[in-house]
Structures are given as structure tokens and as C-alpha cells.
Design a protein around this ligand. Structure first.
Ligand code: DGL
Length: 282
């Protein structure tokens, strides 16, 4: 399949449903685009796994999306962006491959007034040091406090982002960031925008940054400069393909929460890993 054409789909992936927050931003800013989304729910959460293991999942999914004919791949997953972005860019030098960490860091560094930035992320993303590296490369004078939030992803995957446990966890995780009075907090995991109300309920003083906003703008710019932007809805534009390595019926049940506008025009399929390879060809 020729992927170098505007009508080809944008490939997007995450460990689970969190990356649909990125898909929603992408479709909000480029409504004529068609997406292929992979949720690796057989392996969610990624955040507590070895970084090499996450790299191998992210490379396997990216390869499947390009083999399927996607014109670009967006790692709608911070930990994948932290550990696999360079590898995938090297493997596909002629196609746009975007992560969410550099866009999030860039937006936060431009937003902060007092130079103090908090990062809420999974344990693996914090361990990778990717946000601190990206922020200090933009401004070495910043104070950066990164906090691992292991309870958040399971809460969102279970649809419990408004629960008491979510509120209590939000209070705990924000504490070290509040101590330094950061004025800007990066939601360093694509599941976390769903916890925004819980976070703001605990502390609404800082500006919470969703890296997906900047990432979708950068994607639009890259597609436009490569003449790959879908300027009008093509024949294929009606149906998005959403694939999960987990249970398609539970994925579908959550879809309206995450992608309300596109849920009706989406096909949901089940994918299975064969060794370290995935195939979207049915
Ligand atoms: N949503 C992903 C991220 O942004 C992964 C979360 C997880 O599976 O732990 O890092």
C-alpha cells in the first residue's frame, strides 16, 4: 500500500485507552484524517515494565502501522516516546514519527513564569529521565520535580477516574510538586487528562499541560510540509480502525468516553501478538 499520500491513515498507539486523548486532539485539529489506533491492552500498564520491553512493544506496533500503510506514526504514549522514538525514526526516516515528550516539554517551558515545573508520569517515564532531559535542554535553570503515579493508569482503564481513590491519589502525587510551588504541571502520561478534574479538585493553581495539544499541532505542520495532509474527506475517511490486543468488547464499551464523535464511525478489531510481531492485515 502506498503510504505517501494524503488519503493514507495516521497510525496512533498506546498501551491502552489513554492514547485516545491524543487521537481526539488529532481529529479535533485535522477532522479530515482517518486514524488507525492500536491499544496494547494485553500489556497495559507499560509504566512498571522494563524499558527494553516497552521499546520492543513500541517498535513492534510502529512496524505494524507502517506495514499497514500509515503515512505517519504518533506514539500517543509517553513511555514509548521516551524509549523508542529514536529507534523508530531511524527505521522509517522518510515518514513523520512523533512522540509526546518533546512537545509537552516545549509547551511547559514556554508556559512557566516561575521556572518551576512538575511532571506527573508513570514510573518508567520518570526512570527514563526523558522529561528532565528535554526540559533542561530548553532551559537549564528550570526546577523540575518528576513524580511517578502508579495508581493512575489502572484507575483510568477501569473507568474510575472520578473515584475517591483517584482524588486521594491525586493529592498524594501532587504533594511534592506543591511543595516547590510549581506553576506548571505536565500530564506526562496520555491517560492523565482524564484525571484533570481530580487533580484540579485537589490543587487548581498550576497550569496543567496536555502534551497532545502541541503534538497534534506539530503533526499537522509536518504533514502539511510533506504534502500529506488530508484536505478533504476522501473515500476512505468514514471509518477509523481501532485495534486492541485485549478485549474488543470492553474497549468498545469505553470508546464513547474517549472518542465520542468518532465512536460511531469506527471499526474495532482484536489483534494478537505473534512472538514480537503484530499484524493489522486481516
Ligand atoms: N499512556 C501511556 C503513557 O503515556 C502508558 C501508560 C501505562 O501503560 O503505564 O506513558
Amino acid at each position: 500500500m502506498d503510504s505517501q499520500r494524503p488519503g493514507a491513515a495516521i497510525g496512533i498507539f498506546d498501551s491502552g485507552i489513554g492514547g485516545l486523548t491524543v487521537a481526539r486532539r488529532i481529529l479535533g485539529c485535522m477532522p479530515n484524517e482517518r486514524i488507525v489506533y492500536v491499544a496494547d491492552q494485553a500489556h497495559v500498564p507499560y509504566g512498571g515494565r522494563e524499558l527494553d520491553e516497552v521499546r520492543s512493544f513500541a517498535c513492534g506496533i510502529s512496524a505494524a502501522l507502517f506495514r499497514y500503510g500509515c503515512k505517519a506514526v504518533v506514539m500517543a504514549c509517553n513511555i514509548s516516546s521516551a524509549v523508542a522514538l529514536d529507534d523508530v525514526r531511524r527505521a522509517y526516516p522518510d515518514s513523520p514519527v512523533l512522540g509526546v515528550i518533546a512537545p509537552g516539554a516545549c509547551r511547559a517551558a514556554r508556559t512557566t513564569k516561575n521556572g518551576r515545573i512538575g511532571v506527573l508520569a508513570t514510573a518508567g517515564t520518570v526512570r527514563s529521565g526523558a522529561y528532565s532531559r528535554a526540559l533542561f535542554s530548553l532551559n537549564p535553570e528550570l526546577t523540575v520535580v518528576e513524580v511517578a503515579c502508579p495508581k493512575f493508569v489502572p484507575l483510568v482503564e477501569a473507568g474510575e477516574e472520578a473515584s475517591e481513590l483517584a482524588q486521594a491519589s491525586a493529592a498524594d502525587y501532587l504533594e511534592p510538586i506543591r511543595e516547590v510551588q510549581a506553576d506548571t504541571v505536565i500530564l506526562g502520561c496520555t491517560h492523565y487528562p482524564f484525571l484533570l478534574s481530580a487533580l484540579q479538585g485537589v490543587w487548581d493553581a498550576p497550569i496543567y499541560i496536555d502534551p497532545a495539544e502541541q503534538a497534534s499541532r506539530e503533526l499537522a505542520e509536518q504533514l502539511a510540509s510533506a504534502s500529506l495532509l488530508a484536505l478533504s474527506p476522501g473515500n476512505e475517511s468514514l471509518s477509523h480502525l481501532l485495534a486492541t490486543t485485549g478485549d474488543p468488547s470492553s474497549f468498545r464499551a469505553h470508546l464513547h468516553r474517549f472518542l465520542p464523535d468518532a465512536a460511531a464511525s469506527s471499526t474495532v478489531i482484536r489483534l494478537s501478538w505473534r512472538h514480537s510481531s503484530l499484524s493489522l492485515m486481516t
